[in-house]
Design a protein around this ligand. Structure first.
Ligand SMILES: Nc1ncnc2c1ncn2[C@@H]1O[C@H](COP(=O)(O)OP(=O)(O)OP(=O)(O)O)[C@@H](O)[C@H]1O
Ligand SMILES: [Mg+2]
Length: 327
């Protein structure tokens, strides 16, 4: 700019440059810098965007976990019976079988608990039922129709999940429950919270349903978070409810209280409860004991606790452990 002034002013004086053009000569370098100013920042962003794109393409290029049929069959009408027959499943095409010959029946209103050591295939079973994983043998039927012939989204309106680490969004308690059913009224939300045994606590808060839960529900306790998630699953009113370790990460006292409450809340509803705590399981119709993907034993709590095996060992361990209370 100074250079432009130094050469431009004498040129205007001597009459070789028009006075108006002097402004152009002086301002041009400034304007030119504005054009290239963004380039270093763009170079920085390029690296970041490249890394993000690599992650997105890795997902897009991965194999589709489940394929919807080209012409999905219509969803069978209620009441719904889910039947699992000789089911086998693996997570990778040449990997080991995570489920090997599992069969179970979920007629309307029946409650079945699935227990077993870590890695025995409990979550895998829930994943196949929700069609997040394709079976490699055997089948799952809904009222006799193979679920592979149904659209996965349709199936998930019948079979719903309350997951181990249910996610709460950075919003209010009421909105987090309402996610399950947008048009739900406040009264319906309160009713779901009451069935999840958390309404008294919510109503004791100064802002009630409008209390914010924080990012990932950080401003509520683990037990309260699971109960809000349970209320959401109850409001969704799935005909078949899958609960995967709803009491995981809670101290034993809170875990047993939550299990007792959810067993009460799911009475009469078709439920598959995956759990590692056995307290309260005398309320379910059948307990399936999984071990390395196979059914090691099955029966009622009284039957399983009476005979030697994995279940009795788990039950004795649970009773011998002192209850940890963090209240
Ligand atoms: N997403 C996955 N990808 C690959 N393998 C998996 C995946 N999920 C589970 N597995 C494998 O499948 C087997 C069964 O795991 P699964 O998660 O079903 O066990 P689990 O009974 O739910 O255990 P936990 O009590 O620890 O939750 C394990 O050997 C596990 O390593
Ligand atoms: Mg699991």
């Amino acid at each position: 700019m100074w250079g432009g002034l130094a050469t431009g002013v004498p040129a205007v004086r001597s009459g070789t440059l028009d006075g108006v053009l002097l402004a152009v000569v002086v301002m041009l370098p400034l304007a030119a810098f504005e054009v290239v100013n963004g380039l270093p920042l763009a170079a920085q962003y390029l690296e970041r965007v490249r890394a993000s794109a690599a992650r997105v393409f890795a997902v897009l290029d991965g194999p589709e976990p489940v394929r919807d049929p080209d012409e999905p069959a219509p969803l069978p009408a209620a009441p719904h019976t889910v039947r699992v027959t000789d089911l086998r499943a693996r997570w990778t095409p040449d990997g080991p079988l995570a489920l090997d010959g599992v069969s179970l029946d979920l007629p309307p209103g029946r409650r079945v608990a699935v227990v077993g050591p870590s890695g025995s295939g409990k979550t895998t079973l829930a994943s196949v039922l929700l069609r997040f994983l394709e079976p490699s043998g055997g089948h799952v039927t809904l009222n006799g129709a193979d679920v592979r012939d149904l659209a996965a989204d349709d199936l998930r309106t019948v079979i719903g999940l309350c997951a181990q680490d249910a996610h709460l969004f950075d919003s209010t308690i009421g909105e987090n429950v309402r996610l399950a059913r947008r048009p739900a009224t406040d009264a319906q939300i309160r009713d779901a919270l009451r069935r999840a045994r958390v309404l008294d606590w919510v109503e004791s808060l100064p802002s009630g349903l409008d209390t914010r839960v924080g990012e990932h529900g950080a401003q509520v306790s683990g037990g309260q978070r699971q109960r809000i998630a349970l209320a959401r699953a109850l409001l969704a009113d799935f005909p078949v409810l899958l609960l995967d370790e709803p009491a995981e990460h809670l101290d034993t006292e809170t875990a047993d209280a939550l299990t007792a409450d959810l067993l009460e809340a799911t009475e009469g509803r078709t439920t598959l409860l995956v759990t590692h705590r056995l307290a309260g399981l005398d309320a379910v119709d059948e307990i399936v004991v999984l071990d390395r993907g196979r059914i090691a034993d099955r029966g009622t709590h009284a039957e399983l606790a009476a005979r030697p095996g994995i279940y009795r060992a788990m039950w004795e361990r649970e009773r011998a452990a002192p209850a940890i209370s963090v209240s």
